[in-house]
Design a protein around this ligand. Structure first.
Ligand code: HEM
Length: 290
């Protein structure tokens, strides 16, 4: 998918206004990640921002706890379900294609799913591929702006980009945690865990572990062990989209570099108020040449 990602990334960067303030989250991060998902699903292009809208409602844990919004949330997720149901029916009647919905329909392993399982898989893919890469794209810009010495390294030597991608994913950690339920009693580093206990895996904390990463609060794009970050999780459920995310981020940095594009953060950074998605709501920036 590299050629396609590069083409869309180049077109998006070429559409940005130079010397004028704009919101990087909306114009770049959301645009690129939502476009990627639309391509993966063969989703109608003109409706692609619906994916962002649904994902924001589905993945926002705090929103899920607000009782007064429960009905609205339910309605929005039903709307998503019926939209995908329609796509599913359309693809059932069509020849096998390369999009994920068509692949699920024509896969022996996945075509017996109940409607709930189908929806669960879709939501996982939409939320999994949306907030994460999107917020890393914003976090990279904020990180490079906050650490001008690192920005200088990036601007002088594009060969650091692959490692810079790893370091930015570590530094941003777009999903702060996942939760597991213990299936049996266990002793975990001297702590007693009982069957049924719920445990939180704090990726954010692991990525700031000072016994593994020297100066963990610093962005260091030449950090030797940046790849040891746990932002994609660990074990059997490790992120299925990791390679795609890395590809999108690498191409974004390469295309920024090719345009000698320096992104300067101008206003106050607006963060998402959440303990799951570690995200950006708004990032006002201006562009200049380096
Ligand atoms: C920087 C970008 C990304 C980060 C930091 C990230 C992070 C994660 C994390 C922490 C998990 C859970 C691992 C676990 O529970 O053990 C996960 C799983 C998953 N991710 Fe990602 N993700 C990213 C990009 C993507 C993309 C682009 C897609 C799809 C297009 C995607 C789809 C998924 C799916 C489907 C799962 C579930 C895998 C399973 O349960 O077996 N992710 N991701």
């Amino acid at each position: 998918m590299a050629a396609e990602v590069r083409m869309r990334t180049a077109a998006t960067l070429d559409s940005l206004p130079w010397g004028e303030e704009f919101d990087w989250v909306d114009k770049v991060s959301i645009e690129l990640t939502t476009g990627m998902l639309a391509i993966l699903f063969g989703f109608p292009w003109q409706d692609r921002r619906l994916l962002t809208f649904w994902s924001d409602w589905a993945g926002d844990v705090e929103l899920g706890l607000a009782r007064e919004l429960a009905d609205t949330r339910h309605e929005i997720l039903l709307e998503m379900a019926s939209y995908f149901q329609r796509l599913w029916m359309e693809r059932m009647g069509a020849a096998p294609g390369r999009d994920l919905i068509s692949m699920m329909i024509h896969s022996d392993a996945m075509n017996h799913m109940s409607p709930q399982e189908f929806m669960g898989n879709l939501v996982l893919l939409i939320v999994g591929g949306n907030d994460t890469t999107r917020n890393t794209m914003s976090g990279i810009v904020q990180g490079l702006d906050q650490f001008p010495d690192q920005r200088a390294i990036f601007e002088n030597d594009p060969s650091v980009i692959p490692n810079a991608v790893q370091e930015c994913i570590r530094y941003v950690t777009p999903l702060a945690h996942m939760r597991r339920t213990a299936t049996e009693d266990a002793d975990l580093f001297g702590n007693q865990v009982k069957k049924g206990d719920k445990l939180i895996l704090w990726y954010l904390s692991a990525n700031r572990d000072e016994t593994v990463f020297v100066n963990p609060d610093q962005l260091d794009i030449t950090r030797e062990n940046a790849r040891r970050h746990l932002s994609f999780g660990y074990g059997i459920h490790r992120c299925v989209g990791a390679r795609l995310a890395e590809l999108q981020l690498k191409i974004l940095l390469e295309e920024m570099h090719a345009r000698r594009m320096r992104v300067n953060v101008t206003g106050k950074v607006e963060r998402v108020r959440a303990n799951f998605v570690h995200g950006f709501r708004k990032l006002s920036v201006t562009l200049s040449k380096f």
